[in-house]
Write a protein that binds this ligand. Structure first.
Ligand code: SF4
Ligand code: SF4
Ligand code: SF4
Length: 517
C-alpha cells in the first residue's frame, strides 16, 4: 500500500467519528437511537476503562478494539477516534491557513509531567473522586463544551426552523424547550475551550502529550506497538521536512529519531518526506520480558479500577440518608439519577461528559457545580425545579459510557428509591389558602402521595415513603413558592422501594409548564 494515502484515510475516519460524536451532544431532537449511542460512546478509552470495572458489554469490546489498534499501529486513536484530538487538528489546520510559514519543531517530551498528571488522576479515582478526570478527560470535556455552548444554539436553530416551516404546514421540526445552563459550567467550558484552542494553535498536540490521561495511557501502550513509524536512515537526507509538520513535536530530524510514544499517528510526516525516509517497521512479533511484565501490570491496573466500587459500598454504609437540617439545606444535597447506586459511586465514576444531560427526555438532569463536593465538579444531578424523572424511562443508564449510571430494566428502575419525600403541611395550598390542589398526588406515579379528607370538601396529601421512588413528580408539580410544600430529599445510597399496590402513570405533563396542571 502507498503509505502517503494513510493521511487521507486518517482524515476521513477522524471526520466520521468527530461528526458522529458531536451529533450525540448537539442534536436537540436526540435522533440517534440509544443502542447506537451505546456503541459509539463505548470506544472512548477512559470511559470504557471506568465502565469495565463495573460492567462489561460494549465497553469491553470498545476497550479491546482500542488496545489492539494501539498495539498494532500506535496512538492512531488520538488522531481518529478522540473528538478532542480532531478538534485540535482543526485548530492546527486553521493556524496553518492563517500563517502558511508556521512550522513545528522537536520538543523534548515531558514524561515526568505527563505521568504525574496520570498518577494524580488514577490516585484520585482510587480514593473515590473523579475531579482530575472531569478536568482532563478529553471526551468528557468535548461533550461538556458542546452541551453547554453549542446545543443551546442548535436548539434555537431547530425552534426557528420549526416556526418558519410550520407556516407552510411542514412539521418535520418541532419546538424543543431550551435547556437552562449553570453559569459556572458555562464559564468552565469556555475556559477549557480557550485553553485547548491556545495550546493547539501555538503548540500543536501539547495537551495530548502533557495533560491528557488517555494520551498518557496510550503512550505507555504504544511502547509495545508492532508497526512503528521510524526514520529510514538510508534514505533520510536530514532535510527536516517531517519535523516541521509533526504536530506532536516528536521528530528530531538531526538525530533521525522519532519518539513513538508521543506520536499521535497523524501520518503528516510520511506524506511530507520527499525521499520516502519515513516508514512503518515490519512486524516484530516477539514479546520481550519487559513487555510481558507490562501486560501483567495492565491487568493489575484494570483490576484495581474495581476498588472504588468496593470502597463506595463500604463508605456508603456509614453515610446517613436522613437530612435534618432544613429545606434549603436538603435542597442543596444532590440527588443522583436512578442506576447510579449511591452518591459515592456516582462521584467516583462520572466524568461529567453531559451525555445523560443531553439525552434525558424530561431535562431533569442538570450539571451541578460543587453540590457533590469539589471532587464531583460538573456532575449531573436531578433538578426538580426544572422537571421530574419519567417513571417509564431508563435512558441515562443506557447511554452513560462510564458506568456512573448503570443500565436498569424499566421494572427495576420503578423500584429504585433515589430519594424520599417530605411534606410541609403548613405550606400546602390546602392548609395555607384553604383551596383544593392535589397536584402532587395526581402526578405521583406510584401513589406514594395520596389525599385524605381534611376540612369540609378539602383533601390533604399524605405520604407513604415505603413506595416513594423520589422521582420528583410531586415536587415539580407543587405550585407553592419559593418553598415547595412537598419535596424530595436525597438518598446518599439508593434504596429499594416497596412495590406499589396500584401503579398508575398519570398523564405526562409538559415540561415547559410552570407546574403541570
Ligand atoms: S431515568 Fe429519569 S433521569 Fe434518567 S433519563 Fe430518564 S427521565 Fe431522565
Ligand atoms: S453520568 Fe452522565 S455525565 Fe456522568 S459520565 Fe455518565 S453520561 Fe457522562
Ligand atoms: S411521592 Fe413524589 S417523589 Fe415519591 S414517587 Fe410519588 S411523585 Fe415521585
Amino acid at each position: 500500500m502507498n503509505l502517503t494515502k494513510l493521511k487521507k484515510i486518517r482524515i476521513g475516519v477522524s471526520l466520521f467519528f468527530f461528526l458522529l460524536l458531536s451529533l450525540l451532544f448537539i442534536d436537540p431532537r436526540n435522533s440517534i437511537p440509544i443502542p447506537a449511542i451505546e456503541i459509539i460512546s463505548s470506544i472512548q478509552l477512559v470511559p470504557a476503562l471506568l465502565m469495565i470495572s463495573v460492567s462489561f458489554g460494549w465497553a469491553a469490546a470498545g476497550l479491546f478494539f482500542i488496545i489492539i489498534l494501539t498495539l498494532l499501529f500506535g496512538r492512531v486513536y488520538c488522531s481518529t477516534i478522540c473528538p478532542l484530538g480532531t478538534f485540535q487538528d482543526i485548530v492546527i489546520y486553521i493556524r496553518k491557513k492563517i500563517n502558511k510559514r508556521f512550522r513545528f519543531s522537536y520538543l523534548k517530551p515531558s514524561y515526568a509531567f505527563h505521568y504525574f498528571f496520570l498518577g494524580l488522576t488514577f490516585i484520585t479515582v482510587l480514593i473515590g473522586s473523579s475531579i482530575f478526570l472531569n478536568l482532563l478527560e478529553p471526551y468528557s470535556n468535548y461533550g461538556r463544551i458542546l452541551t453547554t455552548l453549542i446545543e443551546p444554539l442548535t436548539t434555537l436553530l431547530n425552534n426557528g426552523l420549526a416556526a418558519i416551516l410550520s407556516r407552510f404546514q411542514i412539521y418535520f421540526f418541532y419546538d424543543i424547550p431550551l435547556r437552562s445552563i449553570e453559569l459556572s459550567l458555562m464559564v468552565g467550558s469556555i475556559f477549557f475551550l480557550i485553553l485547548i484552542f491556545y495550546l493547539s494553535y501555538f503548540h500543536g498536540r501539547l495537551f495530548c502529550n502533557s495533560f491528557c490521561p488517555a494520551g498518557a495511557i496510550l503512550g505507555l501502550l504504544s511502547r509495545f506497538t508492532i508497526y512503528k513509524i521510524v526514520v529510514n536512515e538510508k534514505s533520510c537526507t536530514e532535510c527536516g521536512a517531517c519535523e516541521k509538520v509533526c504536530k506532536a513535536n516528536c521528530i528530531e530530524s538531526k538525530t533521525k529519531k522519532i519518539d513513538f510514544s508521543a506520536c499521535i499517528g497523524c501520518f503528516n510526516c510520511i506524506k511530507s518526506c520527499p525521499t520516502d525516509g519515513i516508514i512503518y517497521t515490519p512486524p516484530q512479533l516477539k514479546f520481550s520480558k519487559h513487555q510481558t511484565s507490562f501486560i501483567e501490570s495492565r491487568r493489575l491496573f484494570l483490576g484495581s479500577m474495581s476498588v472504588p466500587l468496593i470502597g463506595s459500598i463500604v463508605q456508603n454504609t456509614t453515610q446517613s440518608d436522613t437530612v435534618k437540617s432544613g429545606y434549603w439545606q436538603t435542597k442543596r444535597n444532590p440527588i443522583s439519577p436512578p442506576g447510579s447506586m449511591s452518591i459515592q459511586h456516582f462521584s467516583t465514576y462520572c466524568t461529567a461528559c453531559s451525555l445523560c444531560v443531553t439525552e434525558c427526555p424530561t431535562q431533569v438532569l442538570y450539571p451541578s457545580f460543587v453540590e457533590y463536593g469539589v471532587a464531583g465538579l460538573f456532575q449531573p444531578k436531578m433538578n426538580y425545579d426544572a422537571s421530574y424523572c419519567n417513571y417509564e424511562c431508563t435512558i441515562c443508564g443506557d447511554v452513560c459510557p462510564t458506568g456512573a449510571i448503570l443500565p436498569l430494566s424499566i421494572d427495576k428502575k420503578k423500584l429504585v428509591q433515589i430519594g424520599k419525600t417530605v411534606f410541609i403541611k403548613e405550606d400546602c395550598v390546602v392548609v395555607a389558602k384553604k383551596k383544593d390542589c392535589a397536584a402532587c398526588s395526581e402526578h405521583c406515579p406510584t401513589k406514594a402521595v395520596y389525599t385524605v379528607p381534611y376540612e369540609g370538601k378539602l383533601k390533604l396529601p399524605e405520604l407513604n415513603n415505603d413506595i416513594c421512588i423520589g422521582c420528583g413528580a410531586c415536587e415539580h408539580a407543587c405550585p407553592t413558592t419559593p418553598r415547595k410544600a412537598i419535596y424530595v430529599t436525597s438518598n446518599s445510597v439508593h434504596l429499594q422501594a416497596q412495590k406499589p399496590k396500584v401503579q398508575k402513570q398519570e398523564k405526562v405533563f409538559d415540561v415547559k409548564e410552570d407546574f403541570p396542571f
